[in-house]
Design a protein around this ligand. Structure first.
Ligand SMILES: Cc1cc2nc3c(=O)[nH]c(=O)nc-3n(C[C@H](O)[C@H](O)[C@H](O)COP(=O)(O)O)c2cc1C
Length: 321
């Protein structure tokens, strides 16, 4: 059992949160399984219409009475979906990218606790000014869109800026040793995305899950090509995904890709329909290389905490004051 300040602030048992990944990778089943196990499940709302978000929130509430969250990427925020989640009085709102001041104020008016994921010390300072309750320090190891700084460098600086606010660490954490390590660096807990992709409850495609299990350390690459193909706007931000034939073909050829975007998008859509993971965009973090099996999300929460507690107590017993 590991109890930290983030457990009190979020009303959870274990200091573990499941990242609010996008519509294709989070569902009521995943969120409820993590929350029911004592962690914080977060429903991704990027690309999710308001009526679907409300239906998922109600399904989460039918599955568990534990706290859960919803996630919004601020520069792509869908006002209808955000307003619907506020009206549902979701207990936790998590944000990423941009100044969270307005969104935080609106969430707090409903009594929600707020989280903001940051990738630099400057973003952490801005989040504190905005009155965020919990910061997430996201290292460059993270899957999906991420920042430039490795977690081991970023985390201690973010905890300094955060002062009394708890900080969750994110990026490359997939097991108990990862949780133990970030607690030693000053975090109050861990937020994991990729580890929860490899669970039966996660709605990610079977090809995505299979590719994560096959991955070895070094199997991912951060690049701007993914958004270029999708036609998404994440100015100045790269996303991390598994290396495959698609990344080998287009990596470093952004100029040509821009001109041949519709061809690349058609090839991607074809690969998605056939499940050809060499030609798909498979967002995932550097921790993929250490995930070897699909495990139920609740078991992931329990195992990560139990293993971290064992590692910390074994080390504590070896240290002379
Ligand atoms: C497939 C995938 C989709 C993601 N989508 C989002 C998102 O919609 N909003 C967000 O705030 N973060 C998103 N992230 C980033 C996570 O919030 C988190 O920082 C990351 O998963 C942590 O690193 P890890 O994957 O190594 O655990 C995504 C990550 C992945 C792997």
């Amino acid at each position: 059992m590991i109890h930290t300040r983030v457990c009190d602030v979020l009303g959870i048992v274990h200091p573990i949160a499941q990242a609010g990944m996008a519509r294709q990778q989070t569902s009521a089943e995943l969120v409820a399984a993590v929350s029911a196990a004592g962690g914080l499940g977060i429903l991704g709302c990027l690309g999710r219409p308001a009526d679907e978000a409300v239906a998922e929130i109600r399904r989460i509430r039918a599955l568990t009475d534990r706290p859960f969250g919803v996630n919004f990427v601020l520069h792509l925020l869908d006002e209808d979906t955000f307003a619907a989640c506020l009206a549902e009085r979701v207990p936790v709102f998590s944000f990423f990218r941009g100044d969270p001041a307005e969104a935080v104020a609106r969430a707090r008016e409903t009594g929600a606790v707020t989280l903001h994921q940051v990738t630099t010390v400057e973003e952490a300072t801005q989040a504190c000014v905005a009155g965020v309750d919990v910061l997430v320090a996201q290292g460059t190891e993270a899957g999906g869109h991420q920042g430039p700084v490795p977690l081991m460098s970023l985390l201690p600086d973010v905890t300094t800026v955060a002062q009394e606010r708890p900080v969750l660490a994110a990026g490359g954490i997939v097991d108990g040793s990862g949780l133990a390590a970030v607690l030693c660096l000053g975090a109050a807990g861990a937020l994991m995305g990729t580890r929860f992709l490899a669970t039966p409850e996660c709605p990610a495609s079977p090809a995505h899950k299979a590719a994560i299990l096959r991955a070895r350390p070094g199997a991912t690459v951060a690049s701007g090509i993914f958004d270029m193909i999708w036609g998404n706007e994440w100015p100045g931000v790269q996303a991390r995904a598994l290396r495959n034939a698609l990344t080998a073909r287009w990596g470093g050829r952004e100029g040509e890709l821009r001109a041949r975007r519709s061809e690349a998008l058609a090839a991607l859509q074809m690969a998605e329909s056939t499940g050809d993971f060499e030609e798909m965009i498979l967002l995932a973090g550097e921790g993929s290389g250490r995930i070897s099996e699909i495990r139920p999300a609740g078991e992931v929460v329990q195992t990560v905490v139990t293993d971290a507690a064992r590692i910390l107590s074994e080390w504590g017993a070896r240290v002379a004051p």
